[in-house]
Design a protein around this ligand. Sequence first.
Ligand SMILES: Cc1cc2nc3c(=O)[nH]c(=O)nc-3n(C[C@H](O)[C@H](O)[C@H](O)COP(=O)(O)OP(=O)(O)OC[C@H]3O[C@@H](n4cnc5c(N)ncnc54)[C@H](O)[C@@H]3O)c2cc1C
Ligand SMILES: *[C@@H]1O[C@H](CO)[C@@H](O)[C@H](O)[C@H]1NC(C)=O
Length: 390
Amino acid sequence: MTSQKARKEMTIEQESAVVVVVGAGPSGLATSACLKTLSIPHILLEREDCFASIWKKYAYDRLHLHLVKRFCELPHMHFPSDYPEYVPRDKFLRYLDDYVARFGIEPAYGRSVESAAYDEGAGKWRVNARDVGSGEVEEYLCRFLVVATGETSDPFVPEVEGIEGFAGKVIHSTLYKNGKEFNGSRVLVVGSGNSGMEIALDLADHGARTSIIVRSPVHVLSRKMANLGLRLMKYFPLHVVDSLLVLLSKLVYGDMSKYGLRRPAEGPFFMKKQYGKYPFIDVGTCQKIKSGEIQVLPALKRVEGNVVEFEDGKSHPFDAVIFCTGFKRSTSKWLKGDDYLLNKDGVAKPSYPNHWKGKKGLYCVGLARSGLYGSASDAQNVADDIQSQL
Ligand SMILES: Cc1cc2nc3c(=O)[nH]c(=O)nc-3n(C[C@H](O)[C@H](O)[C@H](O)COP(=O)(O)OP(=O)(O)OC[C@H]3O[C@@H](n4cnc5c(N)ncnc54)[C@H](O)[C@@H]3O)c2cc1C
Ligand SMILES: *[C@@H]1O[C@H](CO)[C@@H](O)[C@H](O)[C@H]1NC(C)=O
């Protein structure tokens, strides 16, 4: 037993590469395409058995890109012209399939990166990846390391007293597909980011008796407002855009506080930039909140059996709980000796527009809270910068 275990811990293979890219989501694919275009050899490591796993395996059916398509294209390839302004998930996946085929991108699947450290002597990064299938560790030596592991790498579920005794279904949003099985059920959605709000809408559409917990104040914008805001950011200072968006939101949605949705004192783009808190992009949830089809509840206190107790002292029974409580990044667990590029929370530390470049050949793509638009420009910048050093 011991010897077998020891063998598994051993590094069995060593490979050299100019560039190692970690993560084959849209950011990693974009990076690979840009490197390919410049004929720079690289290895793309992905822990899952497919690319863009968050879109393929861990997203709900009705998901659409929230931003108009021109803000969501990857480098060197447009969306087909017959695609709708807001691209649905299946069409986005088809675009990614074509993208991978067009550039001949070949991720090494089932490779989970467990450590990466700069070797001063060799002047290279040592990247250790575990083969998820065999359990064996491979080592890659590379001059440049690109972290493209995403802002949503690990589902996060908060601790809730008594949840283990809850008899109904309890899942994270990444495992929610659609509301079919919840028709007639009392479902509690915990968390009011974009996933939570849209999943609540989907549940209500499928006939579930839906409640959503909204703890903190949140901006509500329509898709049109959000896209207008993005466009105006090119020409106006942030506070001007924010004032306009708040005004529009007030005009269209009115005062939502009587339904439990309070508007924050700070503006939507400011809050995204400052705290990474995204505004809520409404695709129909607000209407259902106003009509009472979706009930807004305050913070959760504890669970007892299938009864959930809330901060306001009230209790309600539920049949299912869906945690839309977001993600944590685990980069700080495996990326060693980086005190410059990524913070403890795994997002870019240097400020825009220099957030993608670290020291000693370290880069990040898609970790500056700028969505696919940011991934595309980061990928291009990183590939160009690597080329300039070769
Ligand atoms: C529900 C939802 C809707 C969104 N809608 C939009 C939108 O409309 N417009 C927009 O611009 N953005 C949107 N985003 C944000 C963002 O653009 C997407 O999350 C996008 O998938 C980010 O791409 P990425 O490659 O940076 O990260 P990911 O897609 O998360 O890819 C990262 C990859 O890295 C892999 N990985 C992680 N850790 C390791 C490791 N240690 N070793 C090996 N591989 C690893 C993961 O398995 C994953 O495949 C949305 C996000 C979510 C969750
Ligand atoms: C939910 O179930 C009821 C009764 O079985 C049915 O009449 C109704 O159409 C269903 N609703 C949806 C949205 O599927």
